[in-house]
Design a protein around this ligand. Structure first.
Ligand code: NAD
Length: 736
């Protein structure tokens, strides 16, 4: 038997082969070029070799079964790859799975009972997502471990694709049309029990008996044929336009899928088409239909943008793309966190969860203990949901040492400061810390608004001073901005990136400008929404338009979250600092009214643009229209959406033009993971490329005429538009 690198094959005395997939050098199995080549080669052998009577497919990885396709494969396709190339590349995997399922027999002969296939069983030990779930579904029988780690799911839609290895067809043939539409178009993972109830899993067995159970099933079913290759097979619950049971299901499920994704994902429409059309034709034709729709997705800019940002560039950033070469990896055994307030407590939690010791310092031990209490609460929640064991929680909490004594910082390897946003307090704690830490320790500040270069002056080794800017709540928000002030050394940047990698977040490196990158875009976006309120635009229209555009929450709700109080305090300090140079943004009076006159300081006090009744649902504050009466003629939803979209696009464009964010990749990552910018676009820079620079400049200029200079696009974008270039094209050229 040939020697394979991506899996091993062991055949027992009964002729049952066990394929253990274990991609060398990877923490998780994925479909990549090597695995597809070898899997295809083995399936020829499986079909031809009469000594192999059956097959069990399992994984050699503790991390799971197989987590989908390596999407960088698509990035690696020739730039001029056309639809035919993509269609055929996709068919290769479909065909290999089909060969496994039929043991190379003619499906018509199987259907007529003139031939049989060979039994194939999946032994699923953990995550089986995307192409991993599709591999499992192509097996005749599926066994899942009871280890609690098994999850099945078809998340392709989240990168603009449809399942392309039979997912849309096998899900409906196992679980029915409604469940298939739900699973393929929402992309949510499901646990083993739910998958079993749906019909995707046949048996959940004790972990130690997983492979043996699958082997036993193969021995007991030597003449196995896949369900849909048997005569008389029917999709459970009915399918097709002529089936009266299925017709309302198509209507309802389509509305549900499009409603949940607000028509922003063209892949959803294609999933619905693939499921509908595929139900009424023979299985092999259905696979080709799926492949056609898969190809259409990949030919569109949207899927390319999403794959590039959410997969390729995210992965590259997390692997340390921006890390300076030649600096040894930082050993981060113990981290000092200064300030145990909202941010410090969150930072202590993610750091201890990553396995580091944490010294959590505040003004007194009580405050520090309270900060540690945040980790206690999060752990209790995780324990109650069965996501964390008591022992692991104890161990993790044992790593957090609350203190008010600076001497406890003597042996830390990194400092992260998150005390009050007050330069004097920051100066004081920096000097006290400097006096006790080793002279090779990097000092990072989590300030939101104070220039890092000003804070670095408080530290003797200013080259070792850097900004590590988290977002709130720290345990949930995936992005971290790393701010390199002038004179910042390579070691500081490398250490900051090593730290962010350790806590498993996504870093972008940005310049030391007021608000850095993300807040420089979020603030004008929130202000625009507040201006709309002042103009008398219906607040529900404003927030709903943002959600329909793909933002996770509306800007008014977001402003309540971040708090009007913070907005007002930022505005006040900018006015104070900039004096006569301060340019009013038009919402100062609204913020002052909310905070000082009305006490509507934000969600934290239960009052902002919305009211937050205890235990009830939030609702727009009824008194809002007394202060800002509604216009009789409300703008159209398209107008509101365009304004909310372009205020972000132009602000992000300015940050790129000013080199606050250094490349389109980071601008896109920061937007999606920092403030939830509509993920279906691939980020603001990708979206501008998709719109086309010329069109972007034209629309922005016309908005500037109506709503002011904040919509005026930067000159750099006009120049690129004139030259007919794209942002990514130009950045790639510059990098080369
Ligand atoms: P917070 O008020 O919740 O916490 C500040 C903590 O610092 C308090 O526990 C306070 O007791 C402690 N502290 C004050 N003076 C101290 C001293 N002399 N020595 C030791 N501890 C002291 O504030 P926060 O929201 O956690 O913000 C902290 C920092 O993080 C600020 O610089 C802020 O700009 C920044 N930040 C905040 C957010 C946010 O959304 N809140 C987001 C990113 C960054």
């Amino acid at each position: 038997m040939a020697d394979y690198k991506t899996f091993s094959i062991e055949t027992d005395a009964d002729g049952i082969a066990v394929m253990t997939i274990d991609l060398p050098g990877k923490s998780m199995n994925v479909w990549n070029g090597d695995l597809i080549d070898e899997f295809t080669a083995f399936m020829d052998e499986f079909a031809a070799n009469e000594d192999i009577k059956g097959l069990v497919v399992t994984s050699g990885k503790e991390s799971g079964f197989l987590a989908g396709a390596d999407l960088t494969m698509f990035g690696g396709m020739p730039k001029d790859a056309g639809p035919k190339d993509i269609y055929e590349a996709n068919l290769r995997l479909q065909n290999a799975l089909r060969r496994m399922e039929t043991a190379g027999q003619d499906p018509k002969a199987l259907m007529k009972g003139q031939a049989t296939a060979k039994p194939v069983a999946a032994a699923i030990n953990g995550l089986a997502l995307g192409g991993g779930m599709e591999l499992a579904l192509a097996c005749h029988q599926r066994f899942a471990s009871d280890n609690g780690k098994v999850q099945l799911g078809q998340p392709e839609v989240q990168v603009g694709l449809i399942p392309g290895a039979g997912g849309t067809q096998r899900t409906q043939r196992l679980a029915g049309v409604q469940k298939a539409i739900q699973d393929c178009s929402l992309g949510k993972p499901m646990k083993a029990e739910e998958a079993k109830a749906a019909g995707y899993i046949d048996e959940i067995v004790p972990h130690g008996e997983l492979v043996e159970s699958a082997k036993a099933w193969c021995r007991e079913n030597p003449k196995s044929v896949q369900r849909w290759d048997k005569k008389g097979f029917k999709i459970p619950g009915g399918a097709g336009a002529m089936d009266p049971r299925a017709v309302p299901v198509y209507a309802g499920a389509s509305a549900m899928a499009q409603g949940a994704t607000n028509h922003n994902y063209p892949a959803v429409r294609r999933i619905l088409s693939a499921i509908y059309e595929g139900a009424i034709v023979p299985f092999d034709t259905a696979l080709r239909i799926e492949s056609k729709y898969f190809t259409q997705c990949l030919m569109e800019p949207q899927a390319k943008n999403m794959i590039r940002t959410l997969f390729v560039n995210k992965g590259a950033a997390e692997k340390g793309m921006a890390r300076p070469e030649g600096v040894p990896k930082a050993e981060l055994r113990k981290v000092g966190v200064l300030g145990a307030g909202m941010m410090g407590a969150g930072i202590a939690y993610v750091t201890a969860r990553a396995g580091c010791e944490v010294v959590l310092l505040d003004r007194d031990v009580e405050a520090a203990e309270k900060g540690k209490g945040y980790s206690v609460k999060l752990n209790e929640k995780a324990i109650s949901r069965g996501k964390l064991s008591k022992e692991k929680s104890e161990e993790m909490l044992g790593r957090i040492q609350p203190t008010a004594d600076y001497n406890d910082l003597a042996d830390v390897d990194l400092i992260i400061e998150a005390v009050f946003e007050d330069p004097k307090v920051k100066k004081d704690v920096t000097e006290k810390t400097q006096a006790v830490i080793r002279d090779d320790v990097i000092f990072a500040s989590n300030t939101s608004t104070i220039p890092i270069k000003n804070l670095a002056k408080n530290f003797e080794r200013s080259k070792d001073f850097i900004g590590i800017h988290f977002f709130s709540p720290v345990d949930k928000m995936p992005l971290v901005e790393i701010i390199t002030p002038e004179g910042c050394g390579d070691k500081a940047l490398a250490t900051a990136l090593d730290y962010v990698q350790k806590i498993k977040k996504t870093p972008i490196v940005v310049a030391d400008a007021r608000g850095f990158y993300c807040n420089s875009v979020v603030v004008p976006y929130l202000n625009e929404a507040a201006l709309m309120v002042k103009e008398g635009i219906n607040p529900a229209l404003i927030d709903n338009c943002a959600v329909h555009m793909g933002m996770p929450v509306g800007p008014l709700a977001l402003m309540d979250e971040t708090s009007q109080e913070l907005g007002w305090s930022i505005a006040q300090s900018a006015m104070e600092e900039e004096g006569d140079d301060y340019t009013p943004n038009g919402v100062e009076d609204l913020l002052k009214l909310f905070v000082e006159d009305l006490g509507r300081k934000g969600r934290k006090v239960g009052k902002g643009f919305y009211d937050y009744p205890e235990g009830g649902k939030k609702e727009i504050w009824k008194g809002l229209s007394d202060h800002f009466p509604l216009q009789n003629d409300q703008p159209s939803a398209d107008e509101v959406k365009e304004r909310l979209m372009y205020v972000q696009l132009v602000a992000a464009a300015r940050m790129y033009a000013q080199d606050v964010v250094h490349d389109p990749q980071s601008a896109d990552l920061g937007a999606i993971f920092g403030w939830g910018f509509a993920p279906w676009t691939g980020g603001p820079m990708s979206h501008i490329d998709t719109i086309g620079l010329e069109e972007f400049v034209r629309t922005a200029d016309s908005l500037a005429q109506k709503h002011g200079e904040k919509f005026t696009p930067p000159q750099m974008f006009r120049d690129l538009a004139e030259k007919g270039q794209t942002l990514y094209g130009q950045a790639e050229k510059a990098a080369a």
